[in-house]
Design a protein. Structure first.
Length: 205
């Protein structure tokens, strides 16, 4: 098995940074236990089966990656992705995103960031539906009832910030086949998020 591991750890060591660091270290430990446990044993079993039958074998792959998508003196936003591939089979990716206050290291929900916007959830879902229509026109494979699923599976924690605005995302398989990947939906200026200066960050930040 091939294993690649990358964990985001803050350079500074204040109270907020330590809290963020502990969270991501715990998350990384969950993936590490899986990949050095059941996943690795399954890979060994697949290798033994292939060797016994004289069949070709391709190493299983596991990778943990991270990206800092935005930061300023008040908040920082990033995501981590765990990806798995069993030989030549289609791989799967799980994304976990978080946005943190720099002062006390507390995670923010989408509702807190959009606290100054009326009906922010409805506006966000409207833009997701608009994005789904655009994806269909572009030929992206989606479930027939993707709009209903988007509403039912909406989470105020599945988002991250970028320099250009706020990105909502849905996990693989939620709105379409796994092959369609993680579907992302940039929020337009309809929610007042043309740039990060208009984010309604709570006073606790």
């Amino acid at each position: 098995m091939e294993l690649e591991f990358s964990v985001p750890l803050p350079v500074e060591q204040g109270r907020a940074e330590k809290r963020m660091g502990r969270y991501h270290a715990r998350l990384a430990a969950v993936w590490y236990r899986r990949w050095t446990g059941d996943f690795y044993r399954a890979a060994c079993g697949a290798w033994a089966w292939a060797r016994e039958g004289g069949r070709p074998f391709w190493p299983w792959q596991a990778r943990l990656s991270a990206e800092l998508t935005y930061e300023n003196d008040r908040i920082c936003s990033l995501w981590m992705e765990g990806s798995e591939r069993q030989g030549r089979e289609e791989g799967r990716v799980v994304r976990t995103a978080s946005t943190w206050t720099r002062r006390d290291g507390c995670p923010l929900t989408l509702g807190e960031i959009c606290s100054g916007q009326r009906s922010w959830r409805r506006q966000a879902l409207d833009q997701v539906e608009e994005g789904l229509r655009s994806m269909r026109r572009e030929g992206v494979a989606l479930w027939r009832d993707a709009e209903r699923r988007a509403k039912a599976q909406f989470s105020p924690r599945r988002f991250y910030l970028t320099q250009d605005g706020l990105i909502l995302y849905y996990p693989m398989g939620a709105l379409g086949p796994v092959g369609s990947g993680i579907l992302t939906f940039p929020l337009s200026t309809g929610m007042g998020h043309q740039n990060l200066d208009v984010y309604k960050i709570p006073e606790k930040v």
